[in-house]
Write a protein that binds this ligand. Structure first.
Ligand code: G3H
Length: 250
C-alpha cells in the first residue's frame, strides 16, 4: 500500500502571526483521517514555530527548499542540517517556481536531493511541464528528463524517502486544473519510467502527488485516480477549511 499524502505548500505567504492563526484554525478543525498523511510547508522563518505547534498532532512540517551545501559562505541559504536541527525531516525540492524564478537547474536539484537524503531527510521532488511544452506534445519527454537528471541518481535504498509531485506549470495558481485523466496519464507514465529503471516493485511503492489548482471541488475526482496518491496544494492550503476538505476528499 502506498502512502496517501496531502501537503500544503504555503509558499511566501504568512508572517508569524498569520502562521499562528492558520495553524490554530487547522488544529481546531483537525480530525485525523485514517490512512492520509498531512504535511504543511511554511516559510523558513515559521518552520520552528509550526513544528512546535503541531508536535501533538499527526501533521508533519516540511521546508520548501534547502541549499545543497552542508555549510559555509552561502549568504541567505539554509542547509539540511539546520532544518533537521529544528525537527524538520521533509523538504520540497525542484518546485517549478524554484526552477523558473531562481533558475535552479536539474544538476543543482540532483545535488539538493542527495544532500537531503544524506541527512536522512525525506524529499518531495517536483516535476512538471510548461504550457508550451504540453502544447508541443513534449510533456512526457520533459518530465522524464527532469526525473532522470534530478532524481534517478538516488539509490534503491533511498527511494523509501522520496515522494514525487507532478505539477504541470500551466495549472499552478491559474485555476486551471489538469483533468483527472491528464493527471492519471502522467502519473502512470512517471511510475512506468521509474519501473523501467528501478523495477516495478519499487515503482509501485512511490507516492506520486498531483499539484496545480487542487480545491475541495475537484480533489475527490483527482485523488480517485489509480496512480494519484495525493496532492501538493498551494492556494487552497492557505484556508484551513479548504485544506481540510481536501484532506477529507480521500
Ligand atoms: O506547490 C503547490 C503548487 O504550486 C500548486 O499551487 O494549488 O496554488 O495551484 P496551487
Amino acid at each position: 500500500m502506498r502512502q496517501k499524502i496531502v501537503a500544503g505548500n504555503w509558499k511566501m505567504n504568512n508572517d508569524l502571526a498569520q502562521t499562528e492563526d492558520l495553524l490554530g484554525q487547522i488544529k481546531n478543525q483537525w480530525q485525523e483521517k485514517e490512512g492520509v498523511r498531512v504535511i504543511v510547508a511554511p516559510a523558513f522563518t515559521n518552520l520552528h514555530h509550526a513544528f512546535e505547534s503541531l508536535r501533538k498532532y499527526s501533521i508533519d512540517v516540511a521546508a520548501q527548499n534547502m541549499n545543497e551545501n552542508s555549510e559555509g559562505a552561502y549568504t541567505g541559504e539554509v542547509s539540511a542540517r539546520m532544518l533537521t536541527s529544528i525537527g524538520i525531516k521533509t523538504v520540497i525540492i525542484g518546485h517549478s517556481e524554484r526552477r523558473a524564478i531562481f533558475k535552479e537547474t536539474d544538476e543543482v536539484l540532483a545535488k539538493k536531493v542527495n544532500a537531503a537524503l544524506e541527512n536522512d531527510m525525506e524529499v518531495i521532488f517536483c516535476c512538471g511541464e510548461e504550457l508550451s511544452e504540453r502544447m508541443g506534445e513534449r510533456h512526457f519527454e520533459v518530465v522524464k528528463s527532469q526525473l532522470e537528471k534530478g532524481l534517478f541518481q538516488v539509490s534503491e535504498e533511498n527511494w523509501k524517502k522520496v515522494v514525487i509531485a507532478y505539477e504541470p506549470v500551466w495549472a499552478i495558481g491559474t485555476g486551471e486544473t489538469a483533468s483527472p485523466e491528464q493527471a492519471q496519464e502522467m502519473h502512470a507514465f512517471i511510475r512506468k519510467t521509474i519501473a523501467e529503471k528501478f523495477g516495478q516493485t519499487l515503482a509501485n511503492e512511490v507516492a506520486i502527488l498531483y499539484g496545480g489548482s487542487v480545491k475541495p471541488e475537484n480533489a475527490q475526482e483527482i485523488f480517485a485516480k489509480e496512480d494519484v496518491d495525493g496532492g501538493l496544494i498551494g492556494g487552497a492550503s492557505l484556508k484551513a477549511p479548504d485544506f481540510l476538505a481536501i484532506v477529507n476528499a480521500f
